[in-house]
Design a protein around this ligand. Structure first.
Ligand code: NAD
Length: 541
């Protein structure tokens, strides 16, 4: 809809992606807004615009080209961008976000056109609030921020990590209606240790090695303080920070400002939801499982921690719950004779002999669930999967590493090697597989099943902070959503084509919990589900 109070008219209006509707402007609007003649005569329907964009996308040769087309469209006509994305999220989310966004970040300096967010650089130290004020919107409610150090499974992409907060916020909007005008993508350009980028003539960031230690911490402190000063209502979502910073940042700020880390807490909720849903399918109890985490970084430990919380909520002691979770890192099984593990890994270091072979670890601890967050491709070998099958008739095999090239195994491998018995979920999408004449689908444990809903819940309830229990609530809500029909074809999550409905339900459930627990600052509405639904932005159709 055109905003009659907007001062923009004429060519300025057409150049504003938030106001531009392209050829969909009616004849009356064109007259009223001073854009007659600036557009060709035709008045396109929304359907024609959508169809044209889809035809164009289909004509392109690669997903990277499609990514760039989407990026241009977002800079040209935001409404149409979201209409296309929401029209077929299954097809377009992997282009706008993972896995294509990984390649987009790697090549950012080669295709970058116009800014869609803020780069807050180490050169802005002492003036960060001033830089934040350069953003054209004052009422920012939601910030997604990365320092580009651990972009998906691709490592340090420095300032080129910007693709991640931009893509992620597009999904917040498309999937849960977080209003795009309230969202701000930020990349903290603290430098990069990626030699290739430092040597790349097209690299767009500060050509210095990363800030570390006290310098890094004080930069982050100034950033958070500046966000609170300039955008006092903003929630901060930490994104793709390296593990050594992600955990301390979350701990330092989680009670000071409403903030969360999707890589840790969102992943945890999706992982836990997958396990709970699969156990519904198997009709088994969580307390009877033995979970092995291959890769003990932010994602793996995040899932283990939330699982522990859920088991404690269900009646186990903390110690009993932790004993059901085992970690396996680059040095082998995490066990109590190992030194220098630190607190995070240390709490899962149980008494056990040294084991350095993954399949052997599966055998010895009798794992029934294996989750890969290692970024080591094809590490769930046939031997590993056979060992899982020897422990349980229907093992849970979750290769969560992204992008597709880093997955610990493929859907084809997991299903073929287990004759269709595996309950499979991966981080990146895989095509369906036919096993014994039956078509089995690959569940995608994509964080998009959780984080957009958290964004909407936070906007609705305006909590003081967002504790881990809120993520347990979201995990249980998601786990309850897969239907018998989904289970029959291998799916443990509701399908992505219904993502908007899934997110509305989870957002309302979490928001209700935030009101019930007294964390919400917003006044409680009579009907939370309708309130949340009405808050959700959608393109004008
Ligand atoms: P991270 O860097 O914090 O952790 C990676 C861990 O893998 C590190 O602890 C590292 O020591 C370990 N590792 C490296 N080599 C290993 C080896 N040879 N054997 C065992 N472990 C090894 O990163 P993260 O945030 O935990 O993410 C890890 C992966 O999980 C990434 O690919 C990421 O894209 C993926 N991920 C997926 C989802 C999802 O699917 N929903 C969510 C978050 C992260």
């Amino acid at each position: 809809m055109t905003d009659p109070t907007s001062p923009k008219r004429g060519i300025d209006l057409l150049r504003d992606p938030r106001l531009n509707k392209g050829t969909a402007f009616t004849i009356e609007q064109r007259r009223e807004l001073g854009i007659e003649g600036l557009l060709p005569d035709v008045v396109s329907s929304h359907d024609t615009q959508l169809h044209r964009a889809e035809l164009h996308l289909a004509s392109l040769a690669t997903d990277m080209e499609r990514y760039v087309y989407f990026s241009d469209l977002q800079e040209r006509n935001e409404d149409l961008f979201y209409r296309v994305l929401m029209h077929d999220p299954v097809k377009y989310m992997p282009i706008v976000y993972t896995p294509t966004v990984g390649a987009a970040c790697q090549q950012y300096g080669r295709w970058y056109r116009r800014p869609k967010g803020l780069w807050v650089s180490r050169n802005h130290r002492g003036r960060i609030a001033e830089v934040l004020r350069n953003w054209h919107v004052k009422d920012v409610r939601f910030v997604v921020v990365t320092d580009g150090e651990r972009i998906l499974g691709l490592g340090d992409q420095g300032a080129q990590g910007m693709g991640i907060p931009i893509g992620k916020l597009a999904l917040y909007t498309a999937c849960a209606g977080v209003p795009p005008q309230m969202a701000l993508p930020i990349t903290l350009d603290v430098g990069t240790n990626n030699r290739e980028l430092l040597d790349d003539p097209f690299y767009i960031g500060v050509r210095k090695e990363r800030l570390t230690g006290e310098e890094y911490d004080s930069f982050l402190e100034e950033f958070v303080t500046a966000v609170q000063e300039v955008f006092p209502e903003a929630t901060i979502q930490w994104e793709d920070f390296a593990n050594q910073n992600a955990v301390p940042l979350l701990e330092r700020y989680r009670n000071r400002v409403c903030s969360f880390n999707d890589d840790i807490q969102g992943t945890a909720a999706v992982g836990v939801a997958g396990i709970l849903a699969a156990l519904r399918l198997k009709d088994e109890q969580l307390a009877d499982q033995r979970m092995l985490f291959f890769g003990a970084g932010s994602a793996g430990i995040g899932i283990a921690d939330l699982l522990t919380l859920v088991m404690v909520q269900d009646g186990l002691t903390l110690d009993e719950a932790r004993r059901r979770c085992w970690l396996f890192d680059s040095k082998g099984l995490v066990q109590s004779s190992r030194t220098g593990l630190g607190d995070q890994k240390g709490r899962y270091a149980h008494d056990h002999v040294e084991v350095t072979d993954l399949a052997e670890a599966v055998r010895q601890i009798k794992a029934t669930v294996i989750i890969g967050t290692s970024t080591i491709p094809r590490s769930f070998t046939r031997d590993v999967v056979d060992a899982m099958m020897a422990n349980t008739p229907r093992p849970l095999i979750f290769p969560f590493s992204n992008p597709t090239s880093k997955a610990e195994c493929t859907a084809e491998e997991a299903y073929q090697w287990t004759n269709g018995a595996a309950i499979f979920a991966s981080g990146s999408p895989f095509d369906p597989v036919t096993v014994n004449g039956k078509r089995m689908y690959a569940s995608q444990g994509n964080n998009v099943l959780i984080f957009p809903a958290m964004g909407l819940a936070v906007l609705a309830a305006r909590p003081t902070h967002l504790p881990d229990e809120a993520f347990a609530v979201s995990a249980r809500a998601l786990a309850a959503m897969a239907t018998k029909e989904d289970f029959a074809i291998g799916l443990i999550y509701p399908p992505l084509r219904t993502i908007r409905e899934t997110q509305m339900h989870i957002a309302a459930t979490v928001a209700t919990w935030l009101w019930d627990t007294g964390l919400a600052r917003e006044e409680r509405p009579a009907d939370i589900a309708s309130y949340v639904r009405n808050l959700a932005w959608r393109p004008n159709v």
